[in-house]
Write a protein of this length. Structure first.
Length: 235
């Protein structure tokens, strides 16, 4: 009987949702500054989990876990510096949302309460951390327009950061798909679906300067770098 109880306990521990085992993402400054964090878990998504943190001085971090069939055992992580405009928009929205100290009626979430079971639904979480303050809200979709706005900011950044991840892989492997992926990135940037394009600047710079890559790919990388500089310069 004791063996059976231990076996059941180990099984329950093993199937505990992965989120509980994911370390909390921080910027390079750790706990020094107020930080806003967005997390998304989506079983059928690409990636299945990602998190973006921005602190009050603009330092930011991104982490994602790809789908299980793509897992290497090591999450993809990158540090970057958010533009002044993005930092201000993020923290202004967080302030308007009472730094996420909201009631369920204020969050106005829709969807299944069991996010881990509903494979077609994402679980979004917003956190605000400063000193001993640690507030958070979770939702699938929200009818609160301020939550919609801050969610769209993080979605736009994640689109950019995923392009950076994919371009790094394609350029390292000299893939013929590199130029096509860069064209897709240009199109999405023109449609306003990418934010903080400068977060992918290190990868774009490597592509632009690599003479072993196609001229088309290098020119597209240079054009994206130019648009990223213009984005930062825009108030």
């Amino acid at each position: 009987m004791l063996f059976l109880i231990l076996a059941v306990a180990l099984f329950v521990f093993a199937v505990t949702p992965a989120k509980a085992q994911v370390p909390r993402l921080e910027t390079k400054n750790g706990h020094q500054f107020a930080t806003v964090v967005f997390m998304r878990s989506f079983w059928s998504g690409h990636p299945q989990y990602y998190s973006i943190a921005i602190d009050s001085v603009g330092d930011a971090a991104y982490e994602c876990s790809p789908r299980l069939e793509q897992q290497t055992g090591v999450p993809y992580m990158v540090q970057f510096h958010a533009s002044a405009s993005m930092r201000e928009r993020t923290f202004n929205l967080a302030q308007q949302l009472k730094f996420f100290q909201l009631s369920d009626s204020e969050v106005q979430s829709s969807g299944s309460p069991n996010y881990y079971v509903a494979e077609n639904q994402s679980k979004n979480t917003l956190e605000f951390r400063e000193g001993t303050t640690d507030n958070s809200i979770s939702y699938h979709e929200s009818r609160n327009t301020l939550i919609q706005q801050i969610t769209s900011l993080f979605e736009g950044m994640e689109n950019t950061l995923q392009f950076g991840r994919n371009l790094t892989y394609l350029s390292r492997n000299r893939s013929p798909e590199l130029a096509t992926q860069l064209k897709r990135m240009q199109d999405m940037a023109a449609q306003g679906k990418l934010l903080e394009v400068q977060a992918a600047a290190p990868t774009l710079e490597n592509i632009a300067s690599d003479e072993s890559l196609s001229q088309v790919a290098r020119q597209r990388a240079k054009a994206l770098l130019k648009s990223a500089a213009a984005e930062i310069a825009t108030p």
